[in-house]
Design a protein around this ligand. Structure first.
Ligand code: SF4
Length: 495
């Protein structure tokens, strides 16, 4: 559904805020929706909660004492200050407003006395993004005006405790130029009558609270990003070749398109027919087999299967949960789905990897010859690397690899489906599978895990809430295995 512009426009335009600027730097449309979108269409998103909890831990490591609040705390020279609202003028007289996440007192001279402040930002991910740099530049500029003292640097933090990383970021020169340009373009994009288009690379949408609304619009208009295999760059090429929608792509002659795309490189020529076929299947809604034979012949004589799914904290490089669903034959050639048993192995880093490896080995030995089914490469990569680190011989590693079957790879080899993504959520969803906890995704699970870790370390807070959090993580992980089984069952039914 296309978002509707507001019916009347305020006489004085609202100021451009740091939050709007951050949204705009991610996606122009997002800033527009933040200002004019229907609040009810916005979905809660775990990524923001994750970012805020990471930020809090970084800040608490930098300044263990509670920060002061607002103008009064600055006047008192508090070591850390939150809640200060800064206002000023941007290029072309634009009104600008920001709330720095944290100000740290430093040496210097300001209107408050023999000290000054600098803004502090907690970085997400491994690299400092353009978005974070420009927002920090805005904080620095408005703070300099407010405290009547220059702010040549901002401070960027990442991590917590002994692993806290600090980086000084110079806020002058080219960054100020980027800030001015961004503010002017943001102001121009906030025309209430014209929402900017969907972002080209829709991978960015995973982190966005407007995703539900934009997904609906993309599906309704047959946006090219709906075709599995088309990212931002490929979409641009197709647009240049006059292919503007899923339906248009489905109607193209594959050979002509291959010729047209070859100007961008041989790899694009080779993919052209695949894109047209995928668009045709999505347009028709009918799955297409890609060859003869069973997708999973190994299951024909198997006494049972283990469905395996790992949950990870990528920033901590921590595979914290190895979940297995034990599913046996029912004695009549079918599968005893009602009797499936979920077995989670929680991998606490303080217990060491050796203990985890022993537990995994004991479990795998208990079900000799049972295939281990997983969706995607994560599990085989994680388990094989773990085995190698623990000194498994080459023969043992090969045996392990031989037992593991990647359901995603088999599906891609044998079927073309009318789905916009071959991820587990999209494929199992297309098959009618529903996760038992509504609206839960990997980010929400990660948030629960980090909260649980935090509580678990804090003996005073262990208890029912902590247990409940762990049960939710297990339930989510078990559902992923059940979703994988839904895909396997469908593949077996096609044989
Ligand atoms: S869901 Fe995607 S296209 Fe829509 S506003 Fe968010 S990032 Fe932009």
């Amino acid at each position: 559904m296309t978002p509707q512009p507001p019916t009347s426009q305020p006489l004085t335009p609202a100021p451009l805020t740091d939050r709007l600027l951050r949204s705009w730097l991610r996606c122009r449309r997002r800033a527009w929706l933040d200002r004019f979108g229907e609040p009810g269409e916005r979905q809660w998103n775990a990524h923001r909660a994750l970012a805020l909890s990471d930020q809090l831990r970084s800040f608490q490591t930098l300044l263990p004492q509670r920060p002061g609040h607002g103008e009064a705390a600055c006047a008192d020279g508090a070591p850390g200050v939150v809640g200060l609202r800064l206002r000023g003028r941007g290029p072309q007289g634009l009104q600008v407003e920001s709330h720095p996440a944290l100000l740290e007192r430093i040496e210097g001279q300001s209107r408050w006395g023999e000290f000054a402040y600098r803004p502090v930002l907690a970085r997400q991910g491994r690299r400092l993004t353009r978005e974070a740099r420009v927002v920090l530049a805005l904080w620095g500029r408005l703070l300099a005006e407010h405290q009547q003292a220059p702010v040549p640097h901002g401070l960027v933090l990442a991590g917590e405790g002994r692993a806290l990383q600090r980086e000084r970021l110079a806020l002058g020169g080219g960054l100020q130029h980027q800030l001015d340009e961004s503010l002017q373009r943001l102001a121009a994009d906030l025309d209430p009558a014209t929402p900017p288009p969907l972002v080209s690379d829709r991978k960015k949408c995973t982190l966005c609270s407007w995703r539900g609304l934009c997904d609906q619009e993309a599906a309704a208009m047959g946006h090219l990003s709906e075709v599995s295999g088309i990212g931002g760059k490929r979409r641009e090429m197709l647009l240049e070749q006059g292919v503007t929608s899923l339906a248009a792509l489905a109607g193209r002659d594959p050979e002509q398109l291959a010729e047209a795309l070859s100007v961008y490189g041989e790899q694009h020529r080779e993919i052209a027919a695949e894109l047209v076929d995928q668009a045709r299947v999505q347009a028709s809604g009918i799955p297409e087999p890609l060859g003869e034979g069973s997708a999973l012949p190994e299951l024909a004589g198997a006494p049972g299967v283990l469905l395996y799914d790992i949950e990870s904290d990528p920033d901590a490089r921590d595979d914290f949960l190895h979940g297995f669903l034990v599913l046996e034959r029912d004695g009549a050639g079918g599968w005893n789905e009602a009797g499936a048993r979920y077995q989670p192995l929680l991998a606490l880093q303080e217990h060491g990897e050796q203990r985890l490896w022993q537990r995994l080995q004991r479990l795998l030995v208990r079900y000799p010859g049972w295939p281990v089914l997983h969706y995607g490469e994560t599990e085989v990569i994680g388990l094989v690397r773990l085995a190698q680190r623990q000194g498994a011989t080459e023969a043992e590693v090969q045996q392990l690899r031989g037992r593991m079957l990647d359901v995603h790879a088999r599906l891609r080899r044998h079927w073309r489906l009318p789905v916009s993504s071959y991820g587990l959520k999209a494929v199992a969803g297309w098959l009618g599978f529903a996760w038992s906890q509504k609206g839960v995704d990997g980010a929400r699970c990660l948030l629960w895990w980090r909260q649980w870790r935090h509580w678990h370390r804090d003996a005073g807070r262990r208890g029912q809430a902590s247990r409940l959090q762990l049960q939710r993580i297990f339930l989510y992980n078990r559902d992923d295995s059940l979703a994988t089984w839904a895909v396997v069952r469908w593949l077996l039914a096609q044989d």
